[in-house]
Design a protein around this ligand. Structure first.
Ligand code: MN
Length: 150
C-alpha cells in the first residue's frame, strides 16, 4: 500500500503527523510505535525504498524466539513518521496517542515479495527476525512476525 494512500486518509490541517514525502534517511530506520487508538496495537515500520513499510501488530511484539505475531500490513508511511509521537485528534484517522516503543536500525539479510529476513538492532528487539506473508484466509495483508530460533 502506497504513500498516496497514507496521504488520502489524513487531513494535515488537523493532524500533526508528517506529510507524505519520500526521503532516503541514509541508513535503515527501524521503529515500533505503540498506538493507543480504538484498539491498542504496535506499528512496526522498516525503511525500504524511501518510505517506511508498515505493519500493525495487535499484541506486544516478540522480544525472544517462540512467539509468532500476526502483523497486518498497512499503508507506507513517510520516513519522518519514525520520529512522530503525540496525539492524533479525535475524528481523524487513527485518533489516539502514539509513542515510540522501540527504535534503532536494521540490516536486510533477505528480501522477497512475501518474505523479509532482517537483523533488527533495537533496544527491546535485537536479533534476526522474519516477516512472512501467509496465504489463505484474510486476503493478502496478513504476515507473521517472529524472531528466529537458534
Ligand atoms: Mn496504528
Amino acid at each position: 500500500m502506497s504513500l498516496e494512500e497514507y496521504g488520502k486518509k489524513r487531513d494535515f490541517s488537523k493532524t500533526s503527523e508528517p506529510k507524505p514525502e519520500t526521503k532516503d534517511s541514509g541508513s535503515r530506520i527501524y521503529v515500533i510505535q505503540k498506538h493507543n487508538a480504538s484498539h491498542l496495537h504496535y506499528d512496526l515500520r522498516l525503511e525500504f525504498d524511501g518510505v517506511l513499510k508498515s505493519w500493525a501488530i495487535p499484541k506486544e511484539p516478540p522480544t525472544k524466539p517462540g512467539v509468532k505475531r500476526l502483523a497486518v500490513q498497512t499503508e507506507d508511511h513517510p520516513i519522518e513518521y519514525a520520529r512522530f509521537e503525540g496525539n492524533i485528534p479525535e475524528g481523524e484517522y487513527g485518533a489516539g496517542t502514539v509513542e515510540i516503543w522501540d527504535a534503532g536500525s536494521f540490516d536486510v539479510v533477505e528480501r522477497s515479495d512475501d518474505k523479509y529476513l532482517v537483523d533488527i538492532h533495537g533496544i527491546r528487539l535485537n536479533g534476526r527476525y522474519y516477516l512472512v506473508k501467509f496465504r489463505g484466509s484474510g486476503g493478502d495483508k496478513n504476515w507473521l512476525f517472529f524472531m528466529r530460533t537458534g
